[in-house]
Ligand binder design. Structure first.
Ligand code: CMP
Length: 137
């Protein structure tokens, strides 16, 4: 079934000029860019987006990192795109993410308190709806 998901190119991806490389992988896979924008997220948006991580040790560094620069927000569509984009992205830790994935090929550990892992993708239909409502319209 056709799904929509929220993809973010995080501040590290934008700052490292990997936006084109990451978009190329998404487009080559065949998913549809429905909407796309460059955003400077504020604390309010980020605290809602990351509400489930409140209280975790990486929460404060995560918000600080995510507000450190512009982010590319993408509304992405396709059959099973939620699962498909997460597969393209690779696992959370870029050090061990499989080669061939965005995080595995382009990410690494920079010795920081937060994992800078280039991209975000919604993890379920419910999360995707909630996150798309936060970042778009
Ligand atoms: P993401 O899965 O998009 O959303 C939560 C983010 O928190 C995650 O990407 C990483 O950037 C970061 N993160 C998750 N787990 C850890 C961890 N154990 N240590 C540091 N950062 C983390």
């Amino acid at each position: 079934t056709v799904e929509e998901t929220l993809v973010l190119i995080k501040p590290d991806g934008v700052a490292r000029n990997l936006t084109g490389e990451i978009l190329a992988r998404i487009e080559a896979k065949g998913y549809q860019l429905v909407d796309l924008k460059l955003v400077q997220p504020d604390r309010e948006l980020l605290s809602q987006h990351y509400a489930e991580h409140e209280g975790k040790p990486f929460y404060a560094p995560l918000l600080e990192f995510m507000e450190s620069g512009p982010v590319v927000a993408i509304r992405l569509a396709g059959n099973r795109v939620i699962e498909g984009f997460r597969s393209l992205a690779g696992t959370t830790d870029p050090t061990t993410a499989a080669p061939g994935t965005i995080r595995g090929d382009l990410g690494r550990d920079w010795g920081l308190a937060v994992q800078q892992n280039l991209v975000h993708g919604s993890d379920s239909v419910e999360t995707a709806q909630r996150e798309l409502a936060l970042w778009f319209d």
